[in-house]
Design a binder for this molecule. Structure first.
Ligand SMILES: [Zn+2]
Length: 391
């Protein structure tokens, strides 16, 4: 979408919803801006609301860039920032190496929001200094007009307030919110056990989600504020899911810690030459061996992988005249592991993708295949047996 400081800034679909909701609520004749600037026409209100919405959006991006800048200082490359419902997420290529690095990285965002908030409120204070400052604006002692610095002061007041709230919300100690990361880093530093720290912080995230639901119910029934309640519900849902995913990931990592790829890979794999026809591939390798993925090997080097999904690229009646190298996914586009790789590394590389099997390569030579089903079966088996290497 956009590129700032070498970082791709992407916008999740839910952000357009946020943008629209913020713009609508700000340009509402009974909204906060209309209350701060009561003399404004609808057009003036809409203009100020649009500027305020845009600046709100910019301040969230700056918050995320603060995380990213600190991450880079600790050699954690940040490839992109995705803006979604809860704010933003800086996509880290790897997890923080030390508790202190995570602490600084997590706190950088809320601190930045706090600085923006203080600046906004300070500007507002200066703009309305003759009329009792920003407090006078909020309690209605100042009557603003659209002219002069009033509009600027009002936007500054709104941004100041909203950024202070943003900092406060993000500091709620529920993983993966910033506050949850801060909590995790502190527990991690104190116990010297990252896994346990993650479990505690993720439980915190689930707890906070539960509290948000309770607050939502109270707003719906006690305050008759359905909109606020639905909003709380949305945030609770996203937070609960994110916390639960972190918890599952951590359980998985704990369950397979110390396990390597070698014992789980199969050395009885199918391998073909790149010049073999697709028809021969299907009839001689895929069907008889129930193989969803077949390795392609040339001069004893791993050249690529051909899967059922790759076969669909070609019409069936052309299978006899098409060679494997035309449809295979080349080695450079396929994540590979070595026999000594940690099983968790392989699981992370499988990710949520469709890859049915991963090549196990040693010095460029294919030594085995790690099937997704085998990994899943192994993890399930450990769970059923209650095996856990957790200390
Ligand atoms: Zn943040």
């Amino acid at each position: 979408m956009a590129r700032v400081l070498g970082i791709d800034i992407r916008i999740h679909l839910s952000w357009f919803l946020v943008f629209t909701v913020v713009l609508l609520s700000l340009s509402n004749p009974r909204g906060i801006l209309a209350q701060l600037g009561p003399g404004w026409t609808d057009r003036e209100l809409l203009l100020v609301a649009a500027v305020a919405t845009l600046l709100f959006f910019v301040s969230v991006v700056v918050h995320e860039l603060a995380h990213a800048t600190v991450a880079r200082a600790f050699r954690m490359p940040v490839s992109s920032i995705t803006l979604f419902l809860l704010g933003g997420v800086a996509n880290l290529a790897k997890e923080p190496p030390r508790a202190f690095a995570e602490f600084l990285m997590a706190i950088a965002g809320p601190l930045t929001s706090l600085v923006i908030g203080a600046t906004g409120l300070g500007l507002c204070q200066a703009a309305f200094a003759p009329h009792g400052g920003c407090l006078g604006l909020f309690d209605g002692r100042v009557s603003t007009t659209f002219a002069a610095l009033d509009a600027v002061g009002v936007v500054a007041a709104y941004l100041g307030l909203v950024n202070v709230l943003l900092a406060a919300f993000n500091m709620i100690p529920g993983f993966p919110l910033d506050g949850g990361r801060v909590l995790r880093s502190i527990v991690w530093g104190a116990l010297r056990d990252r896994g346990r720290a993650t479990r505690i912080a993720a439980r915190g995230g689930q707890l906070v989600a539960g509290l948000l639901v309770a607050v939502g119910v109270w707003r719906a029934i006690g305050l008759d504020d359905t909109f606020g309640a639905v909003w709380m519900g949305f945030i609770a849902y996203f937070l609960y899911n994110a916390a639960s995913t972190s918890l599952q990931q951590e359980r998985l990592a704990a369950s397979v810690s110390g396990v390597r790829v070698a014992p789980l890979m199969t050395t009885q794999f199918q391998a073909v030459d790149p010049r073999m026809s697709l028809a021969a591939l299907v009839n001689e390798h895929m069907l008889p061996h129930n193989a969803r993925a077949v390795a392609v090997v040339q001069n004893e080097r791993f050249a690529g992988l051909v899967t059922i999904a790759d076969l669909r690229k070609v019409e069936q009646h052309d299978w006899a005249v098409t060679t494997v190298d035309r449809v295979m996914t080349p080695a450079r586009d396929i994540p590979a592991v070595s026999p000594e790789s940690r099983l968790m590394t392989a699981i992370e590389r499988f990710g949520g993708g469709e890859l049915p099997a991963m090549p196990v390569v040693q010095d460029g030579v294919l030594v085995g295949m790690l099937e997704r089903e085998a990994v899943l079966g192994y993890v399930r088996m450990r769970e059923m047996l209650g095996l856990d290497t957790r200390r």
